[in-house]
Design a protein around this ligand. Structure first.
Ligand SMILES: Cc1cc2nc3c(=O)[nH]c(=O)nc-3n(C[C@H](O)[C@H](O)[C@H](O)COP(=O)(O)O)c2cc1C
Ligand SMILES: [Mn+2]
Length: 496
């Protein structure tokens, strides 16, 4: 058998405009700007103005452009902040190497196709890269040199890590996890780290702390948005987000071993902090306005990162995500990826007939997820709902999973509510599952509760399978009648 050789760009097209992935965040921004997907903003203050502008712009319209803040008062002219790197169908497709999308579902479908042959590609070790242009060591570390935003009015401070990667090595198995956890600026060389119970970084931290050891880490605060996509989504424990993102890119990321802990620094990143958290070394952290739309967890004592190295490029770009009452500068992009991941998980569980998945932004991209299926047998709908609510991509902080027939567009809230209203008999078709994975950010869990659980409702809004054939027919003209009448009265219709 000849060995199967997969060309690098087998299924990658970057909107049909490029034949290789962007090298880094800067090249991604150039490409996005050339198709009108970036707006530059001069003169916004780090203190609340960038956060409020992100809110105004993203509440004004869906798929708003990314905002590149430059000329930030009080900072060197070239030091920039970026909001909303991947928050549109086009930016998401550009990031992942997909064709030009017409709708969000096109991106979800492309993601699902990609995952049929996606293979993780581990990073390549290199010695040099632009991230080494500047290195501040020990007493020269001063996080205050970056225009770190205070995002919302009731936040407990400034957050240097929002669209970040917290990079740690599992002490037992040696694999590297890279995930998005919020990081608050405490002083010129210290920062706070908040990780919810169950998250991989939290599990890894606990392994070090149980042995009484410090947990070494890097915080990358500006990078290719594809790395953020991997870091901010629940992928398998034991699979490095670097490898997963590399698999989408079709080429390995280049990484440089860090000076103190030999952790992988993305060679083309913008700003990377290196340090460690130490058992018992804590400081007040938060509150922080979160993605559910609430300040759900009050200030609490959290581990302190003692920062001993800061690596940064000339004129660095800090990436910022602005959680808020949705929609936000990341909610659209996250709906796309979460929908693709849950769809993929249902199919990997062996279930057929899935026609669409959409995790609504109004449900904070996790809490109101709709699946449409072509029912093939009794119990099909509930089987899909159970996987969607229990799979790794869908389990954390979920709430409602709704399954609808394939004549309902899962992205259309009006149609979904019509299906729930008319095809779901609450006593029979709503299943409640108790004590599922959640955490302190869940507004339904009382402050300080040690029980980080919440329940799920699985809503079967499909026609009952045994009655599919004789369920009352839907009222509406046939396509033929509609077309005939629309043609005859085209003149009137064009004025309405
Ligand atoms: C902008 C943003 C900020 C986030 N902040 C946190 C956080 O502070 N703590 C946390 O536990 N999860 C946070 N998350 C969610 C995690 O990134 C997500 O659950 C991810 O899958 C965690 O990685 P892991 O699966 O390797 O644990 C955030 C997500 C986003 C998009
Ligand atoms: Mn992980």
């Amino acid at each position: 058998m000849p060995q199967e050789i997969e060309p690098k760009t087998i299924d990658r097209t970057w909107l049909g405009l490029y034949d290789r992935p962007h090298r880094d965040l800067r090249e991604f921004l150039e490409r996005a700007e050339s198709i009108g997907e970036v707006t530059r903003v001069k003169g916004a203050n780090w203190d609340l103005e960038m956060g409020a502008l992100a809110e105004i712009v993203n509440h004004k319209r869906s798929e708003a452009p990314a905002l590149l803040f430059e000329g930030i008062p009080g900072y060197p002219a070239g030091f920039r902040v970026l909001s909303g790197s991947g928050n549109s169908s086009k930016r998401m497709a550009l990031m992942l190497g997909f064709p030009m999308p017409q709708t969000a579902i096109d991106v979800v479908l492309a993601y699902r196709d990609r995952m049929k042959h996606h293979k993780p590609i581990p990073p390549t070790l290199v010695k040099q890269g632009p991230i080494l242009e500047n290195i501040d060591r020990d007493e020269d570390v001063d996080l205050g040199k970056f225009p770190v935003p205070r995002v919302h009015e009731k936040d407990g401070g400034r957050y240097i890590g929002t669209e970040d990667l917290v990079i740690m090595r599992d002490p037992d198995q040696g694999w590297v996890n890279a995930s998005t956890y919020r990081v608050q600026l405490h002083s010129k060389n210290s920062a706070g780290l908040w990780m919810s119970p169950g998250k991989h970084g939290r599990q890894i931290r606990d392994k070090y702390f149980k042995q009484g050891k410090p947990c070494p880490l890097l915080v990358c605060c500006g990078h290719d948005p594809l790395l953020f996509l991997a870091a901010a989504n629940e992928i398998k424990f034991g699979v490095s987000e670097f490898d997963y993102a590399g698999g989408h890119r079709g080429e390995p990321y280049e990484v440089i071993p860090s000076e103190i802990h030999s952790l992988p620094i993305p060679a083309h990143a913008e700003i990377v902090l290196e340090g460690e958290i130490v058992p018992g070394d804590v400081h007040a952290e938060g509150p922080f306005g979160e993605f559910t739309g609430y300040y759900a967890s009050p200030q609490s004592e959290q581990p302190v990162i003692r920062v001993r190295r800061v690596y940064y490029r000339n004129d660095p770009i800090l990436t910022m995500a602005t959680p808020m009452r949705p929609p936000s500068d990341m909610s659209f992009g996250r709906s796309i990826v979460k929908s693709g991941m849950i769809w993929d998980a249902i199919e990997r569980a062996g279930i057929s007939g899935i026609k669409g998945v959409w995790c609504h932004e109004a449900g904070a991209m996790r809490m109101f997820n709709v699946i449409s299926i072509k029912q093939a047998y009794a119990g099909h709908a509930k089987q899909a709902a159970l996987v969607a609510t229990g799979c790794q991509a869908g389990a954390y902080l979920g709430r409602f999973v709704v399954v609808v027939d394939d004549d309902i567009d899962p992205t259309n809230m009006f149609d979904v509510l019509w299906a729930i209203s008319t095809r779901c008999d609450p006593a029979l078709d709503i299943e409640v599952i108790h004590r599922m994975w959640s955490g302190p950010l869940d507004p339904i869990i009382p402050h300080g509760s040690p029980a980080n659980y919440s329940s799920r409702a699985l809503i079967d809004a499909c026609r009952p399978f045994e009655r599919i054939k004789d369920f009352p027919p839907v009222v509406g003209a046939t396509p033929e009648l509609r077309a005939k009448v629309a043609t005859k009265f085209a003149g009137i219709l064009s004025k309405i």
